[in-house]
Ligand binder design. Structure first.
Ligand SMILES: Nc1nc2c(c(=O)[nH]1)N[C@H]1C(S)=C(S)[C@@H](COP(=O)(O)OP(=O)(O)OC[C@H]3O[C@@H](n4cnc5c(=O)[nH]c(N)nc54)[C@H](O)[C@@H]3O)O[C@H]1N2
Ligand SMILES: Nc1nc2c(c(=O)[nH]1)N[C@H]1C(S)=C(S)[C@@H](COP(=O)(O)OP(=O)(O)OC[C@H]3O[C@@H](n4cnc5c(=O)[nH]c(N)nc54)[C@H](O)[C@@H]3O)O[C@H]1N2
Ligand code: SF4
Ligand SMILES: [Mo]
Length: 760
């Protein structure tokens, strides 16, 4: 079992020692795996300048945090299909005709064309989609350049995952807290299901906590592996998480199980909250969630009385019609039970002093307010946009020392569906240039057909990736990205966790691959603004950021595995909370001023359409892949070779389908092909659709996109108002009506796949 990361006042020294293992003929480097968002500390081993093995760290703090996705990277990154040279489109968009060009030629043309678009349509006509998780060494440089040029239209997958949670958490108590797994007495998983190969570090922490007696409560429509280990398992209806939390609050408030002294002194709006909660008697909650009222009450009591408890961040509540209310309800539970900023509860890490963080590099203050207010989607769905977070600028400065802290890069984003509408010519103004940096946007949001339509209408699309993804196939330029083996890195953990950790470069980049940081530096030059990136190279840039610690990056690497600020608890007693009132806002003044209900609420599912009587959700991550990536690695593909829709045995009988049969799953938007898996974890009348399926070996180009048109879940994900959280503009991915169509030759021909797919 791993030793926990030291947290808390007793954690000294600030800097952990470096432990090195020396084996003959092997060069080992200490790196952070960036193949998912976990950033596990690993050791790479190279022979003749090539990483041949990745294993877990020797440091006892980090040992045993590694999964197969990290271990397989030497194979994945040296795959023959990797894009190693800049490619320029020569045929029509999406025709998959390319010519190799030099970086110089590519960047000069990109700079000229982007400048012309900005000149003609304004800087807001330039949108960027990226993923901080695995786009590597950007460090906010992209935002910095966009802010100086004047474009607010930056989008990311973090709008559906953690970034938006950070923005919504801040409405209530001015920060995004992190659960203290190491000292907590009770862990609540709203759907979240960490496993040996999915977020292994969190999985290990939960196992360790349970081993020392902490309780586990799991809420999941499906009997997941976490549910099997839980003390209390609530098999709630898909998408009903917010209703469930109202039930918990009803019990906790009625039975007086909350922290009265904290509520009295530090919370605003408790009486209004109580009134709203009274609209949810347990019988109603039982009906909305499908769970036994006694079990709901038992879980609520366990959370409130066996604490300090934590509700770790979960993407499941990020992706629902009631997402803003669900995330707010989690915040409210944490607050009224007295779990904020206490040992074993929800820690407010704050920033690491002496280190310049990514938000400071981004320089949001230089983007004029007029341009901030043009951020797409901020009129209707403002919460994670500049407009939604504006009222927090003063409080952030007062409590945390900076006006713009872009926690988990999710606090100043444009709304992705609004950007795709603008790209597709649906207003309010045109977007004509779209840059995709380490991200696969065609498949990573809702309403994929509109995304494709928007991309087909662009004047300039630039993609930087390792592979010819479905998004890359629609680009003007595909630029080779480096991998985490090939670059140094400095992680500040998204201004969420007050750790700074170095990652050593393990080998030279293959071909002409460059980091995203280098890409942005070259773009600043191409736009005639080299002064925006004054650092010669990434090492000089890291030295600048670490100057306050009195160490160069190389010295930092040589001496440190993790540098952290010891956490002090209940800091709010000195500073207040970073909200407009300085208190925990159970009733949100920010939401109220933005024209929304200041209290959480629950919007029920619309009536099921007659033609689509089956519910589906997208999710349950695939062990061998990260999101849409990784399907090119044969060892991984052998484990999960096809996209499989899980359902129960009874549901399969009802629909007349059998295990391994290929079917189409359809709704009003589209139809995708899936293989049936009768899976004992599934409740009746629910279908699980995996996220992000395309097959690199299948035909490229518009109309096919290497199987994305055939399999990608994003085609069924809706963004119409009934399936959309209003405050944030988040699509509802947990409870979409659909149907199963059995395959006939006609179906197969209509999709043009009669040969490619075995038809049952
Ligand atoms: N429809 C739908 N949309 C979703 C989800 C869903 O379930 N359904 N899930 C959401 C969630 S939880 C998340 S986290 C996001 C994830 O969305 P993304 O963060 O975009 O993740 P990926 O799909 O893996 O795409 C990442 C791309 O970056 C490339 N890449 C990896 N490492 C590097 C690198 O070092 N440099 C460069 N240049 N490129 C690199 C990979 O090859 C891959 O093509 O998607 C969200 N979107
Ligand atoms: N191997 C691997 N690991 C990964 C990833 C990967 O792609 N591959 N992706 C990483 C990323 S970016 C993320 S965000 C995480 C996501 O990881 P998790 O948070 O574990 O999310 P999922 O695996 O999608 O689903 C978890 C559970 O949510 C349940 N669920 C579905 N709908 C609902 C609902 O409406 N309410 C509730 N309460 N539960 C529901 C599902 O049945 C499932 O058991 O995984 C990370 N880890
Ligand atoms: S969980 Fe796996 S893929 Fe993610 S950082 Fe750790 S080793 Fe890498
Ligand atoms: Mo995610």
């Amino acid at each position: 079992m791993p030793a926990p990361i030291p947290i808390g006042e007793e954690a000294h020294p600030y800097t952990t020692p470096v432990i090195r293992d020396a084996r003959k003929g092997v060069v080992s480097k200490r790196a952070l795996c960036q193949s998912c968002d976990m950033q596990c500390a690993v050791v790479t081993e190279s022979i003749d300048g090539q990483v041949v093995r990745v294993r877990s760290s020797d440091n006892p703090i980090f040992r045993d945090h590694i999964c197969m996705k990290g271990i397989v990277t030497p194979k994945g990154f040296s795959h023959p299909d990797r894009v190693l040279y800049p490619l320029k489109r020569v045929g029509p968009r999406g025709s998959n005709q390319w010519e190799r060009v030099s970086w110089e030629e590519a960047m000069e043309d990109i700079g000229t064309r982007l400048s012309a678009i900005i000149e003609e349509h304004g800087p807001e006509a330039w949108a960027v989609s990226t993923s901080q998780w695995n786009s590597g060494t950007d460090h906010g440089l992209g935002r910095r350049i966009m802010n100086h040029v004047g474009s607010p239209n930056w989008i990311s997958g973090v709008s559906l995952c953690a970034g938006n949670t950070a923005a919504v958490n801040r409405l209530t108590y001015g920060w995004f807290p992190l659960g203290d797994f190491h000292s907590t007495k009770c862990i609540v998983l709203f759907g979240h299901n960490p496993r040996r190969h999915s977020w292994v570090m969190i999985y290990n922490y939960i196992r360790l906590a349970q081993a020392r007696g902490a309780k586990l409560i799991v809420l999941d429509p499906r009997e997941s592996s976490s549910a099997k280990r839980a003390d209390i398992y609530l098999p709630l209806k898909v998408g009903s998480d917010a209703a469930m939390m109202f039930g918990w609050l009803k019990v906790i408030i009625d039975e007086g199980l909350y922290d009265k002294a904290f509520v009295e002194k530090w919370c605003e709006g408790f009486e209004e909250l109580r009134e709203r909660v009274n609209e949810f008697p347990l019988q109603r909650v039982a009906k909305l969630t499908g769970c036994d009222p006694e079990m709901i009450a038992k879980a609520a009591r366990m959370y409130a009385t066996e604490g300090p408890s934590i509700i770790p961040w979960t993407p499941i509540t990020d992706m629902q019609r009631n997402s803003t209310s669900a995330i707010r309800l989690q915040s409210i539970l944490r607050a009224i039970c007295g779990y904020l900023d206490v040992r074993g509860g929800e820690t407010f890490h704050g920033l690491v002093s002496g280190v310049i963080n990514d938000s400071q590099i981004e320089m949001h203050h230089v983007l004029p307010r007029e341009q901030q207010m043009k951020q797409l989607g901020s009129d209707k769905h403002p919460v994670y946009t500049y407009r939604g977070q504006e009222a927090l600028r003063g409080p952030m400065k007062r409590v945390w020392g900076h006006e713009y802290i872009n926690q988990v890069v999710g606090c100043y984003m444009a709304n992705p569906p609004a950007v795709f509408k603008a790209m597709a010519g649906e207003g309010p103004y045109p977007v004509k240039a779209f840059f995709v940096i380490g991200n696969n946007p065609v498949m990573s949001y809702s309403n994929m057909n509109r995304i494709i339509k928007g991309m087909m209408k662009q004047d300039l699309i630039v993609v930087q990736d390792h592979f010819m993804t479905p998004s890359a196939q629609l680009a003007d330029y595909v630029l080779p990205g480096d991998t985490w083996h090939e670059r140094p890195w400095l992680s500040d953990l998204f201004e969420w966790i007050s750790f700074v950790r170095p990652s050593e470069q393990s080998m030279e980049p293959m071909g002409e691959a460059k980091s995203t940081w280098e890409f942005w530096k070259l773009l600043a030059n191409a736009l005639g603004k080299p002064e925006l990136v004054p650092w010669k190279d990434i090492y000089e840039f890291y030295d600048y950021r670490l100057k306050g610690l009195g160490k160069s990056f190389k010295e930092f690497c040589a001496t440190t595995d993790v540098h952290f600020e010891p956490v002090k608890y209940k800091k709010y007693e000195q500073t207040g909370f970073a909200t407009p009132s300085g208190k925990v806002e159970l009733k949100s003044s920010i939401l109220e001023n933005l024209g929304f209900d200041p209290l959480p609420y629950f919007r029920e599912d619309p009536a099921m359409p007659e033609d689509y009587p089956l519910m589906m959700f997208t999710g349950v991550r695939e062990d061998p892949y990260f999101q849409t990536s990784g399907r090119h690695i044969p060892e991984m593909r052998a484990r999960v070779p096809e996209p499989r829709a899980y359902l129960s045995e009874k549901t399969a009988r009802d629909w007349g389908v059998v295990h391994d049969e290929w079917v189409d799953v359809a709704n009003e938007l589209a139809s995708i092909r899936m293989q049936i898996e009768i899976n004992p974890s599934m409740p009746d009348d629910l279908l699980r659709i995996p996220h992000g399926w395309w097959k690199p070996e299948m035909e490229r180009g518009a109309g096919k996109l290497s199987g994305a048109i055939l399999h990608a879940d994003a085609q069924l994900c809706r963004d119409d108002p009934d399936y959309f959280d209003q405050e944030q503009g988040i699509p509802h991915l947990k409870g979409i009506p659909c149907r199963i169509n059995k395959l006939t030759t006609k179906h197969a021909e209509a999709k043009g796949t009669a040969d490619a797919i075995p038809v049952a």
